[in-house]
Design a protein around this ligand. Structure first.
Ligand SMILES: [Fe+2]
Length: 384
């Protein structure tokens, strides 16, 4: 994140003595990417961050992929019943070497643990519901349309207030970033980027919790989850500063572009990461040329898979799509609007659609759960 943030109190100079009123040292921790060579935050703890009370169990996690026909897919994720919380309720639907994509319908069950994803950055897109994320760097209240971005290594937990919540999530094995061309040489978002720094919500610092006892921490590793017990509360920071922390951007703050003729998906670009892009399709007027065709032309993604998560509004370029639907249009065959939709779109002035797209550059595996909520008739929806 290219915004400098300071919370609480920090010493005047880094790596110097820093003590409380009784002369007891605080403990500095550097949290950084690419070894010591990329973005970082210096955090100051009441207790030593290296202290572990007990190493608990390791729980292996393995995603099962379906084998079988290569085809377009339409998954109706609202068919999945609410379960668990923001973490235990996750249902992985697609995955490859770069990302995992899935949905969750968390209940308002309060998590009795803290969590650190040590292997992936997370993008939690809140479709329905609201709640609060508490992290070592402070709190973020969230609601519908929020993209919550949690870099790997942040200790946090999420509590949904509402019992009818829906979330689309991505776990990314590389950093989730702002596209490079959105930024100038100093990292500031440029004037024609579709959002600016004011649209980014930063964590609000809360006073440290100085408690000892037993505090369960779950740490997601490459092949599973490791349970730990810490002897002190993990939110014991008296202060921090730097560029490493969770943040929120709301899809409704995305400023869509409009062209004379149809603009391709890169005009909706929102975030990038190794092996994928994330785009936001937002309400907007259609193209203004008198001969414009408002809906897209058929296209062949010769080297990518395209995932669309449908949020709100009418999706004019797709038939049979519901809120919470996910379509997967894989490499190898073209896709586009179904028969009759081109004619129907002519003369339309705008769209109120809201959707999140993830395009991957490596083929996605489909999980066995995704197969259960898939509409087997979807590949034939282009017949006429
Ligand atoms: Fe497409």
């Amino acid at each position: 994140m290219a915004i400098y943030l300071r919370g609480g109190k920090v010493p005047a100079r880094r790596h110097t003595q820093f003590k409380d009123a009784n002369g007891k040292h605080y403990y500095e921790e550097l949290i950084s990417r690419l070894g010591f060579s990329d973005i970082y935050t210096n955090a100051y703890h009441i207790h030593m961050p290296t202290r572990v009370a007990e190493v608990g169990e390791f729980h292996p996690v393995k995603y099962e992929a379906v084998s079988g026909a290569h085809r377009h897919r339409h998954m109706k994720t609202f068919a999945l019943e609410p379960q668990g919380n923001w973490l235990t309720g996750r249902r992985p639907l697609m995955f490859n070497k770069d990302i995992v994509l899935g949905t969750a319908s968390p209940t308002n069950e309060a998590p009795d643990f803290h969590f650190k994803n040590a292997t992936a950055d997370e993008m939690l897109f809140i479709h329905r519901g609201k709640g609060r994320m508490e992290s070592m760097f402070g709190t973020l209240d969230f609601g519908e349309g929020d993209y919550i971005i949690v870099p790997r290594g942040v200790i946090y937990k999420v509590k949904f207030e509402s019992d009818e919540s829906r979330m689309f999530y991505m776990e990314s094995f590389g950093p989730i970033d702002w596209p490079k061309h959105f930024r100038n040489q100093y990292g500031q978002l440029v004037e024609d980027a579709p959002y600016c720094e004011r649209d980014i919500r930063l964590p609000e610092f809360v006073e440290p919790i100085d408690q000892t006892g037993e505090f369960p921490i779950r740490i997601r590793l490459v092949n599973g989850v490791q349970d730990y017990l810490w002897g002190h509360h993990p939110f014991d920071l008296v202060g921090y500063d730097g560029y490493y922390y969770p943040w929120i951007f709301n899809i409704r703050d995305y400023m869509p572009k409009v062209g004379q003729l149809h603009l391709p998906p890169p005009s909706h670009l929102t975030f990038t990461g190794p092996g994928y892009v994330v785009c936001s399709f937002c309400p907007r007027p259609f193209d203004f040329d008198e001969k414009a065709v408002p809906i897209p032309y058929a296209h062949s993604n010769v080297d990518s898979d395209e995932v669309l998560y449908y949020v709100e509004g009418n999706f004019m370029s797709r038939k049979g799509i519901e809120h919470g639907s996910i379509t997967l249009h894989p490499y190898g065959i073209p896709h586009g609007p179904q028969p009759g939709l081109l004619e129907k779109s002519l003369g339309k002035k705008g769209t109120n659609e809201l959707a999140v797209m993830v395009d991957t550059f490596a083929a996605l595996n489909v999980s066995t759960l995704a197969d259960q909520i898939d509409d087997a008739g979807y590949p034939y929806s282009w017949q006429y």
